[in-house]
Design a protein around this ligand. Structure first.
Ligand SMILES: *Cc1c(COP(=O)(O)O)cnc(C)c1O
Length: 377
């Protein structure tokens, strides 16, 4: 059997997470550790401090809360815990992850003002300001930093300044960017930033984390609409005795500490961002050379993941293309766009220029096998 046998084949993941991780990270997870043991408590404290540092923040002004589950759990924990019963969320949408936040607000009965844009467009600041003026009852603003739907990068500076000017709490889903883009939570006036273990920090999946402005976090006491996702109570547990309220992903945290060490060893966020950026440049140049077209204009693309349009060739089928690449050890990502047919290629994780070269060669071979010539068609 060639498929679904991870032990027999070396697959390189060109996906936005879970992604290709270092063997050191996987090895670091091969231990048992009691969740009430002081070694574990110390490990958690170290990780929380490290994450604050990466966000350019310090305790007690900011606090890190680790939430079990995938990234969505951290976003939902934040949305369902920090907005009070009489609060109103202004949610900015230009992709699937923005839509997901609105869905959460709906489920938790949170009053919502939505501003939606096409998936290939940035938000319009003037329109957001207008919304703030016409709905003064808005208390929180949410946005996705890197919209993984397309690879779009929403700028945070101007929004953060607007949030500050109008005294709104700024919530940022920086899931797919944190660790590879500098996000200075204080300067950007971010109240709550959410990311997870298995994206640019290159850990394995299992938890998300929230970097919260402490005064806003403390104000949220009693707001939670669920027990397990209560962000304030989760923080109180970690803060008071260093423990999780419910079983923590002990091995994932062990792997994550190693991932943080490797991030430092690489040279921190700047160096990691530079590697991803180079990967991304090589990828896009190579794909264009083969005749593919990126979905987004260059000016609004991140260097995390790229959407490519399905080529308009009669022989192209994404399923076949995907399968043939998989057989060559390359795992790419289907699209998630609502309007246009795209597939995505991520270049984060333990991916280097050699891996991008190999991927491009595999894509070239695959096109040949499928009898697709995009240049001379
Ligand atoms: C990955 C991601 C999430 C969380 O997804 P999970 O599958 O729950 O880990 C949320 N927002 C963005 C922008 C993401 O890239």
């Amino acid at each position: 059997m060639s498929l679904a046998d991870p032990f027999n084949s070396k697959q390189v993941l060109f996906t936005p997470g879970p992604l290709t991780t270092a063997s050191e990270v996987k090895k670091a997870t091969l231990f048992d550790l009691g969740s009430r043991d002081y070694t574990f408590i110390q490990l958690v404290q170290e990780i929380r401090n490290e994450l604050l540092e990466l966000a350019h923040a310090q305790s007690p002004e900011y606090e890190t809360i680790i939430v079990q589950g995938s990234g969505t759990f951290g976003v939902e924990s934040t949305i369902s815990s920090v907005i009070p019963a009489d609060g109103v969320l202004l949610n900015i949408i230009n992709g699937a992850y923005g839509r997901r936040i609105s869905q959460m607000a709906g489920i938790h009965g949170i009053e919502l003002v939505e501003i939606s844009y096409p998936e290939n467009s940035l938000y319009d600041l003037a329109e957001i300001e207008q919304a703030l003026l016409s709905h003064p009852q808005i208390t929180h603003i949410s946005v996705i930093h890197g919209e993984t739907t397309t690879g779009l990068l929403n700028p945070l500076e101007s929004l953060g300044a607007l949030a500050k000017q109008y005294n709104k709490v700024f919530i940022v889903d920086a899931m797919s960017t944190f660790g590879a883009y500098q996000v200075d939570v204080k300067t950007l006036n971010i109240g709550f930033l959410v990311s997870s273990s298995n994206k640019c920090i290159e850990g394995i999946p299992g938890f998300s984390f929230v970097i919260a402005k402490a005064d806003e976090l403390k104000k949220s006491k009693g707001n939670a609409r669920t027990l397990s996702l209560d962000l304030y109570e989760q923080w109180l547990g970690l803060h008071s005795n260093g423990q999780f309220r419910f079983t923590p992903p002990v091995q994932v945290l062990l792997g994550f500490r190693e991932a943080l060490r490797l991030l430092h060893e690489e040279g921190g966020i700047e160096a990691r961002g530079a590697r991803y950026s180079e990967n991304n440049l090589l990828l896009i140049e190579g794909m264009i050379r083969l005749g593919f077209e990126p979905y987004l204009p260059k000016s609004i693309r991140s260097y995390i993941i790229t959407s490519f349009l399905y080529p308009g060739h009669p022989n192209f089928s994404f399923e076949t293309f995907y399968q043939k690449l998989h057989e060559k050890g390359c795992v790419i990502y289907p699209g998630k766009l609502s309007q246009v047919d795209c597939f995505r290629i991520g270049n984060i994780g333990q991916i280097y220029s050699d891996d991008i070269h190999n991927l491009l060669i595999s894509i070239e071979k695959t096109l040949l096998e499928m009898d697709i010539d995009l240049i001379n068609q």
